[in-house]
Design a protein around this ligand. Structure first.
Ligand code: SF4
Ligand code: FES
Length: 260
């Protein structure tokens, strides 16, 4: 049997991959972030940041690297980093997404990746918007169980079929990706918006709840469900996969038929 031999380059080490770099997953990515600081300027402006980063990391990781290593003034919200708290919804490459659920490799890292605040709510600084109008609409639909009569002595029972009726809308994490992707909401901040309707749906279709009529009347308002133009932006934007437009349609139907 022939004895294997090393060629000259292999012997000298030249041409051989350097340890630790041959399989480096890191690539250079440009993040183009819309910055706004009312203490500095009335106008927002785009700023580029270049990063060496593994494209399997998430946009939230990139924002952290930029904040920690390049510009500590970059401002954004985040908490759980795992798609649960709903605090890091932003427009990434023109689409509403959660930064913690968006892998860099999935959004073409070979071109600058744009990151900006969600639309329709007042920008306070960089990627942070004023969420008060959003949460006010949520509170307005009374997102809690309403019952009449005395407290029961045991739990309120519900069949599996009845529970299934509103299962989809229980998944909402109040991230505002749907509401801030809605053209009706952009044009008129008075509209309740998809998220509030989703959360009204969650209780209207709960067989244990007795506040459905009240909620329907609230959403029968000129700024309620009839403003929806069924553009499906909200369904496309929802990081929880909730069929937002379908939920809005079901609330509209319940208003007409009064059956829910
Ligand atoms: S319905 Fe979806 S997009 Fe809208 S607030 Fe809830 S989780 Fe976010
Ligand atoms: S940080 Fe909590 S959902 Fe993204």
């Amino acid at each position: 049997m022939a004895t294997p031999t090393l060629d000259k380059a292999e012997k000298s080490g030249k041409g051989a991959p350097e340890p630790g770099f041959a399989d480096s997953p890191y690539i250079k990515v440009t993040f183009r972030i819309r910055r706004f600081n009312p203490e500095v300027s009335e106008d927002a402006q785009w700023q580029d940041f270049e990063l060496e980063i593994d494209p399997k990391e998430r946009v939230l990781d990139a924002l952290h690297k930029i904040k920690w290593d390049q510009d500590g003034t970059l401002t954004f919200r985040r908490s759980c980093a795992h798609g649960i708290c709903g605090s890091d919804a932003m427009r990434i490459n023109g689409k509403n997404r959660l930064a913690c659920k968006t892998l860099i490799k999935d959004i073409n890292p070979h071109k600058p990746i744009t990151v900006e605040a969600i639309k329709g709510l007042t920008v306070l600084k960089d990627l942070i918007v004023d969420m008060d109008p959003f949460f006010q609409a949520y509170r307005d639909v009374m997102p809690f169980l309403i019952t009449k009569g005395n407290e029961p002595t045991r739990e309120r029972l519900q069949s599996a079929e009845d529970r299934e009726r509103f299962d989809d809308t229980t998944k909402c994490i109040l991230c505002a990706a749907c509401t801030s992707s809605c053209p009706v909401f952009w044009n008129d901040g008075q509209y309740f918006g998809p998220a509030a309707i989703v959360n009204a749906h969650r209780f209207i279709f709960d067989s244990r709840d007795e506040g459905g009529e009240q909620r329907l009347e609230i959403l029968n308002d000129k700024d309620g469900v009839w403003r929806c133009r069924t553009t499906f932006n909200c369904t496309d934007a929802c990081p929880r996969g909730i069929e937002v437009t379908k939920a809005i349609q079901e609330v509209k139907r319940a208003l007409i038929t009064r059956r829910y």
